[in-house]
Design a binder for this molecule. Structure first.
Ligand code: ATP
Length: 466
């Protein structure tokens, strides 16, 4: 992990997010709560736009993917059958002096050990072999396995029988509901079930802003196929993930597609490819795609004693569907969107009120920008203010539009650039005569006079709407 450095890109992005109300520490007035983040007025817009674009791309525009919103708390038998109760563990060690906890695999990686494919026992052996100490140089406790699922209790008594888990992934909802959805949505294999929702993991070392948190959101598809066809569909969904990355503005030079070696794959997977992104703090996993075979449907069939096999209505073949799982972390997507869009400029000349200091601009894809346009009357004086409100109210019917009449026009442009607003509309005294406004483009800074009556149509052609 990169050291916190006042000048680092990450520091600047984090501080812009706090300053402008995208994302800030949760429960802040009580001193926060370790690595919990709240998405403010602009953050929630950006997050919703990402979700909307994803849903449109993978559900709305397709015939072979349908949606689901499953309960967050599922019957605990789900997590026994899926293997999470037994296996969803991270190896944990504690600094004996400071009581700080660390992930053993991360500490070993920092010492240059390739932990891929190492069992828990292998890692324990490495601790004594390397005489491993904590990052503060102190003795470590003996490693133990730590289950990452959050537990709670259903109902008024907190005993073992009522123990339930907050879901650590959205995927199991799609497996458990597979049969019901296949029948009610009248889908034939191949088809997929998509879900966007919260997942919870009691991560030992959350951090890097919103990269690793204990509650996060996933966007996942379980795509059910005939076992003979899995290779074709795996390639297909990998391509879809790549196409998506261009939609969100991820720069190709920051992407690595990592074929996971057989010994490093999750126990249920016969092929996995991780999409890694070069974040300012290093190359890290962004998305994954896995061929989960029929592992989950078999496990749930066995545990629930329900036949989850599929009968093809045309061929009458009966088989257990196999599954390709592309998964997208929503919060990591948002972080990639911010990192890709963030640009630091030397103060730009040629516009009124140029400030002689660094300026920040978010060159967000227009569809994702939280605010699509800002209405900026040159003066608070009438009738500019009234005309401005009229225009803003009209545009608000179709887009998120801000009205701002405070501060110099240069400052107001900077404010909008910093939050990634693609267009600014200025109203001047000529507007009163010719009923035209000036529209400024965030990226080219080109200015165009557009008639007020034609504004909605003009913006309709600009690709702002998801
Ligand atoms: P990591 O190795 O980073 O812990 P993982 O391989 O355990 O991730 P998956 O179980 O494949 O992750 O989860 C699917 C996706 O969910 C990840 O690719 C990532 O985008 C997102 N994700 C997983 N854990 C977190 C977390 N703690 N915070 C934010 N996003 C997460």
């Amino acid at each position: 992990m990169a050291k916190p450095d006042a000048n680092s890109i990450m520091e600047k992005i984090t501080s812009l997010c706090k300053r402008r109300g995208f994302i800030f520490p949760g429960s802040d007035i009580y001193g926060g709560l370790a690595n919990s983040w709240d998405y403010g007025p602009l953050g929630v817009e950006l997050k919703n736009n990402i979700k909307k674009l994803w849903w449109k791309t993978f559900v709305q525009e397709r015939d072979d993917v349908v949606g689901l919103d499953a309960a967050l708390i599922m019957n605990p038998k789900v997590w026994q059958a899926s293997g999470h109760v037994a296996n969803f563990n991270d190896p944990l060690v504690e600094d004996k002096k400071t009581n700080e906890r660390y992930r053993l695999d991360h500490l070993l990686e920092e010492k240059g050990v390739n932990v891929n494919g190492l069992s828990f026992d292998d890692m324990v052996a490495k601790v004594s072999e390397l005489n491993l100490k904590s990052p503060k140089g102190n003795e470590l406790t003996a490693p133990k396995q730590f289950n990452m699922m959050f537990q709670t209790h259903l109902g008024p008594t907190a005993d073992a029988e009522n123990t339930v888990y907050l879901r650590p992934e959205t995927a199991q909802g799609m497996f458990v509901d597979f049969k019901t959805i296949q029948e009610t949505a009248r889908q034939r294999i191949p088809f997929g079930i998509a879900q966007i929702g919260h997942a919870f993991r009691n991560e030992i070392t959350p951090g890097n802003f919103i990269f690793r948190t204990r509650e996060f959101e996933q966007m996942e598809i379980e795509f059910f196929v005939h076992p003979n066809d899995w290779e074709k569909w795996f390639e297909y969904w990998l391509d879809q993930q790549k196409n998506w990355l261009t939609q969100i503005g991820a720069k190709p030079e920051n992407l690595v597609f990592h074929e996971i070696a057989p010994e490093d794959r999750a126990h249920y997977s016969k092929r996995s490819v991780d999409t890694e992104y070069q974040f300012p703090f290093g190359l890290k996993e962004l998305y994954g795609i896995a061929y989960r075979t029929d592992f989950d449907l078999q496990a749930h069939s066995k545990a629930s004693k329900q036949d989850l096999q599929y009968r093809d209505p045309l061929t009458n073949e009966v088989f257990m569907p196999h599954c390709i799982e592309p998964t997208w972390g929503l919060n990591r997507t948002l972080l990639v969107v911010l990192c890709s869009a963030f640009e630091e400029l030397d103060a730009r000349s040629g516009e009124e009120d140029t400030v002689h200091e660094k300026e920040y601009i978010l060159r967000l894809p227009k569809k994702l920008a939280p605010i699509k346009m800002a209405v900026l009357p040159l003066s608070k004086k009438e009738p500019l203010s009234t005309i401005g409100h009229e225009i803003a109210n009209k545009l608000k019917k179709s887009w998120m539009c801000q009205y701002d009449e405070t501060g110099s026009i240069g400052k107001r442009y900077r404010r909008q650039d910093e939050i990634g607003t693609p267009y600014c509309i200025t109203i001047d005294f000529d507007t009163v005569e010719d009923r035209k406004v000036t529209v400024r483009d965030r990226d080219t800074m080109a200015q165009e006079r557009v008639a007020i009556d034609e504004l909605v149509e003009w913006f309709n052609g600009k690709g702002l709407t998801i």
